[in-house]
Design a protein around this ligand. Structure first.
Ligand SMILES: Cc1ncc(COP(=O)(O)O)c(C=O)c1O
Length: 567
């Protein structure tokens, strides 16, 4: 069993230079909207069209949101994007699947809608003072382009470690970039200071009525194109898009089901719904960075709770598979956050046996680092149930390899790693093998069963992250002698100096007995590191916390146990 080994990285405890925060995962944000968390109807009531949700005096009603959305002047800069049929996927899952192409916005995400709507409401005095935002993501680009269109100065504060590709994008849209601080929180504090001291106007990424209304225009376009749509799937980060789209659609037709989708490891709305109010998550996975939000906004929570019919979660592998589906049908490449809604659509249709319906989802963004596609492509196969990964022990004798391959039959082998073990025949050889599957999980189980029946030891590693991210690339196998080691998987920002920092804090004092790192071309990478004689070492635990990278003990994970651990 894995368990959390250290205090996770959060904006409070991260030391300089290592915080992988985006703008939205930084907890609560300043909001121009009502703070009425807890108000509203019971979640899932859904068809509350026309109902006035002003439980708190400041809360605005659905009808008022509708008015704000319909009158939002976003088309001065945003595009009315197409709602396209995904023909291949539609055939495959027996439903008409429609994709809202927000990747075709001038900033390649829907974020321009909310930012522009908010900024178009600035008074002359506010316009003269300029706008400030803290973001290294899509919000930054939306604010920058809106400022250029409106003739308003925009300053975007970003952490000093922000990759140059993101800085260049904001500059290309006319924003001024101010690099400040070691992490998002320090950047945000600077932005707040600019707002207070210089009077610049803070533009929130999601928890703001005007931002929510701007995002709602995407829902309006879906309705205008296909008022007959049965269900609409929307990703949830801080909840601005989901709030805007759900309130709009429910106001226009309460029969349309609107379903929010979150990654399993950044499910801030799911947690808020369980608690009855917004709660801060300790740690969020950064794979789908645009939706990696620690705490849902208060107004977005109020609206989402009232108007969404359901909220579901999806895995990184399912998101990767959805990116592939989008590519196959449209040739567009979604960023991970952009494909979350489709991952949810597929999961929902499969688990609820939905057939013959019209299902729409929002491809919310396409600002993806090209090199990260290596990771996405590897994970997509597994997310589709298209690849099984196994650890198999076979006897170390002549002909054993051939016998093993015969059992796999004519299946395509995607990966095969083997290293000689002891030749005295006492210890079996261990093989890491990937197999292409045509019939998903059933076939996976059948392969494992065939191998077991033939007398081989088999571990199904298809759902084991340690296997997929590290062990498959590690050579050398088990140490020759017993080592008392503990293995951790660390998440850390891929910036120059991060590995050095890692080694400086942990590498000099304790013996590292195993190490694997492979760049996936993302902003954040994973290191697997094993340390000798650290179990029960309080000083080591202290250093782990000081390091500030999110760490998980994976010593007992099946893949580590099977291939790497000492006997
Ligand atoms: C591509 C993409 N999808 C979804 C979201 C989530 O939007 P919201 O915070 O409004 O839920 C974001 C937020 O930046 C994003 O960039």
């Amino acid at each position: 069993m894995s368990h959390e080994a250290s205090r996770p990285v959060s904006e409070e405890n991260a030391p300089a230079g290592q915080v992988p925060n985006t703008e939205e995962n930084a907890g609560t944000e300043t909001t121009a909207a009502a703070t009425t968390a807890g108000a509203g109807t019971t979640f899932g009531a859904g068809a509350t069209a026309g109902a006035d949700s002003t439980a708190g005096t400041e809360a605005i009603s659905g009808a008022e949101y509708l008015k704000k959305i319909v009158s939002a002047p976003v088309y001065r800069v945003a595009t009315n994007t197409p709602l396209e049929n995904m023909e291949t996927l539609s055939k495959r899952i027996g439903n008409e699947v429609l994709v809202k192409r927000e990747d075709l916005q001038p900033v390649h995400s829907f974020k321009i809608r909310g930012a522009f709507n908010r900024m178009s409401q600035l008074t002359d005095d506010e316009r003269a003072r300029g706008v400030v935002a803290a973001s290294a993501g899509n919000h930054a680009q939306g604010v920058a382009l809106s400022g250029t269109e409106l003739g308003v100065r925009t300053v975007i504060v970003m952490p000093e470690v922000t990759p140059s590709i993101k800085i260049d994008a904001v500059r290309s849209f006319g924003g001024e970039v101010l690099l400040h601080g070691a992490n998002f929180d320090e950047a945000k504090a600077k932005a707040m200071e600019l707002s207070e001291v210089e009077g610049m106007v803070w533009v929130a990424p999601f928890d703001d009525e005007a931002v929510i209304a701007g995002q709602g225009t995407a829902g309006l376009e879906i309705f205008q194109s296909r008022p007959d749509v049965d269900r609409v799937f929307v990703q949830v980060g801080g909840g601005g898009l989901a709030a805007g789209v759900s309130v709009l659609l429910k106001e226009l037709d309460p029969n349309i089901q609107v379903i929010g989708v979150e990654p399993e490891e950044s499910a801030c709305l799911t947690h808020a719904l369980a608690a009855g109010h917004p709660v801060a998550l300790d740690h969020v996975s950064l794979f789908a960075e645009g939706v990696a939000v620690k705490q849902i906004g208060s107004e977005t929570f109020r609206v989402c709770r009232e108007y969404l019919d359901d909220v579901i979660t999806v895995s990184s592998d399912e998101i990767s598979a959805a990116i592939k589906d989008i590519f196959d049908d449209t040739r567009a490449i979604a960023e991970p956050a952009g494909a979350v809604a489709l991952a949810g659509l597929k999961r929902y249709a499969a688990t609820h046996q939905v057939e013959g319906e019209t299902l729409a989802h929002v491809l919310s963004g396409a600002n993806v680092n090209f090199h990260s596609l290596r990771y996405v492509s590897e994970r997509a196969e597994i997310g589709e149930g298209g690849e099984g990964i196994f650890g198999v022990s076979i006897p170390e004798r002549e002909g054993a390899f051939l016998e093993f391959c015969k059992i796999l039959g004519h299946r395509a082998v995607t990966e095969f790693s083997y290293r000689v073990g002891q030749r005295d025949g006492e210890k079996p050889a261990r093989i890491f093998v990937g197999v292409k599957l045509k019939n998903g999980e059933d076939e996976r189980k059948a392969i494992a069963e065939d191998l077991r029946e033939a007398g081989y030891g088999v571990v199904d590693l298809s759902d084991d992250d340690v296997a997929k991210e590290h062990v498959r690339y590690m050579i050398g196998g088990t140490p020759g002698q017993h080592v008392d080691e503990t293995a951790y998987s660390f998440e850390f920002p891929e910036n120059p100096g991060a590995l050095l920092h890692f080694l400086e804090v942990l590498g000099t004092r304790w013996n590292i007995t195993g190490f694997h790192y492979r760049s996936f071309g993302m902003d954040h990478g994973r290191v697997l590191a094993a340390f000798e004689d650290v179990s029960g070492d309080a000083e080591f635990q202290e250093h782990l916390q000081q390091l500030g990278y999110h760490a998980t003990d994976v010593t007992d994970s099946p893949a580590y146990d099977f291939f790497i651990s000492a006997e």
